[in-house]
Design a protein around this ligand. Structure first.
Ligand code: GLP
Length: 247
């Protein structure tokens, strides 16, 4: 695991953005796994800047980690709508090559197995972008999250519903279920980059990086990944004592 600590979120996002933009320059048909939440927004701005400066996203394929069950695409908080608004409409990607699980599907189980199949037939994910929930979730893999899980329907925990209520008019409007890539689906990506900023993530990060891997902290599974980098700001990294690289 490589842990990079930056003075600010902006500096972390610039470094993560440079990594993705350079990868796409060298691999025009890259397959990139994407995340939602407030954390990746500054990274997406760097990808948008890169595209404006000539990085060609037209051959890139993307797979999002997750989607709420029961929110139509037209709902502002559906992850498809979030991605269209915050990234896809601002880079030259072919929207047909952007995949987000369909949380409105009448057959959610088939939707999950099809999503796994689609990732496989795209050749697997080159770089998976991750955030982390305050309870250590990655995607929507809530604790306890079996490390061998595949894309499935997840019941959201009370903590996640509370955390995400800020995006909705009321807590009652937050969906109770989501489709999420599994922990194993994420682990299959050839490279993972986990971004986390601010003091709300310190204990989840401590567990993920420094404690024995445990299904109660799903992000701790990443300790067994051969190529994972954490991009943290100083506030998020305040409990980390392991050897790290400071930027
Ligand atoms: C949601 C997403 C996660 C994300 C988390 C953190 O629950 N499913 O993928 O990592 O939010 O969100 P934020 O970045 O807003 O803290």
């Amino acid at each position: 695991m490589e842990i990079k600590i930056f003075k600010t979120e902006e500096a972390a996002a610039v470094a993560a953005g440079r990594y993705i933009n350079n990868f796409v320059k060298k691999n025009p048909k890259a397959v990139i796994g994407l995340a939602t939440g407030s954390t990746p927004l500054s990274l997406y701005n760097e990808m948008i800047k890169g595209c404006k400066e000539g990085v060609d996203y037209s051959g890139v394929t993307t797979f999002n980690l997750d989607e709420y069950v029961g929110l139509p695409v037209t709902h502002n908080e559906s992850y498809r709508s979030f991605m269209n608004r915050n990234l896809f409409s601002q880079i030259n990607i072919n929207i047909r090559n952007t995949f987000v699980p369909d949380g409105m599907s009448a057959d959610l189980e088939t939707q999950c197995t099809d999503y796994e199949e689609r990732i496989r037939s795209a050749g697997g994910i080159d770089i998976q972008v991750l955030g982390i929930g305050s309870n250590g979730h990655i995607g929507f893999n809530e604790p306890p999250a079996p490390f061998d899980s595949r894309t499935s329907v997840i019941e959201l925990t009370e903590q996640t519903i509370n955390d995400n209520a800020r995006f909705f008019d009321s807590k009652e409007e937050v969906p109770k279920r989501a489709i999420s890539m599994g922990v194993q689906t994420i682990m299959d990506a050839r490279c993972c980059m986990l971004l986390a900023y601010g003091s709300g993530k310190t204990s989840a990060l401590k567990g993920a990086i420094e404690e024995v891997p445990d299904t109660m902290n799903p992000a701790s599974a990443l300790q067994n990944h051969p190529n994972v980098t954490f991009y943290l700001d100083e506030a998020a990294a305040s409990l980390i004592t392991k050897q790290v690289r400071e930027f």
